[in-house]
Design a protein around this ligand. Structure first.
Ligand SMILES: Nc1ncnc2c1ncn2[C@@H]1O[C@H](COP(=O)(O)OP(=O)(O)OP(=O)(O)O)[C@@H](O)[C@H]1O
Ligand SMILES: [Mg+2]
Length: 205
């Protein structure tokens, strides 16, 4: 692990900072004199590694630097991308703007060419989906969408998977009332409140 970090950073880390902890894993940010990387530790990260490799050049995702198995877990090293999660107060957007941007970005992501995608299910209507399209996984830099992280479930799938996550994450962060702006910005046909709530509940956390 240490050797991989030193190779990725081009030297010993000057600082290491705890970045994020979820039920599934832990993430640290390590800074060297020139480079900055993220280290993610979890039980199973081979799927995320494979998707990062395939998505490179197709979606803005972090560069994959190394994958290691140690201490009973998988460890994924990626180069830091500029940006903070879209809900971060430093972004400075009101909820309505977040909802609109989240929809516009998703529309573009789903329009990517997924024909050769080896992940997910190839069938009519399926598109390249993120699989956990929640605000912490969508990064913004200098007022612009910059990158997607946490791509372990990306692949060909029903676009509703990401729409459900978007509706869920907006309500979780800002309360009710932002789903319509999100769906409109995406270009999804109008839905009743009941249908929106049904879709929100499909988000598998
Ligand atoms: N390469 C990177 N560049 C910039 N920020 C990153 C990078 N990797 C991770 N992050 C930051 O760390 C946070 C956590 O990373 P990530 O989303 O991959 O882990 P996670 O949410 O714990 O994963 P999971 O949902 O699988 O449990 C992200 O929300 C993002 O802010
Ligand atoms: Mg995440």
């Amino acid at each position: 692990m240490r050797a991989a970090v030193v190779a990725a950073l081009g030297g010993e880390p000057a600082s290491a900072e705890f970045a994020w902890m979820s039920w599934a894993g832990t993430v640290w940010r390590l800074s060297g004199s020139r480079e900055e990387i993220f280290v993610k530790r979890a039980a199973e990260l081979a799927g995320e590694r494979d998707r990062l490799a395939w998505l490179a050049g197709r979606w803005p995702v972090p560069e994959l630097l190394a994958f290691i198995q140690a201490a009973g877990d998988d460890w994924l090293l990626t180069r830091a991308v500029a940006g903070v999660p879209m809900y971060d107060p430093s972004v400075g957007w009101p909820p309505a703007r977040v909802a609109q941007a989240l929809g516009e970005v998703l529309q573009e992501l789903h329009a990517a060419d997924g024909r050769d995608c080896p992940f997910g299910v190839r069938k009519p209507g399926n598109v390249l989906v993120h699989g956990d399209y929640a605000l912490p996984n969508v990064l913004v830099h200098e007022g612009m969408f910059s990158a997607l992280v946490d791509v372990g479930r990306a692949g060909l799938g029903n676009p509703e998977v990401d729409l459900a996550a978007g509706i869920w994450t907006l309500q979780y962060n800002y309360g009710r009332g932002h789903a319509r702006a999100f769906l409109d910005a995406y270009g999804w046909p109008p839905m009743s409140d009941e249908a929106i709530e049904k879709l929100r509940r499909k988000y598998a956390r």
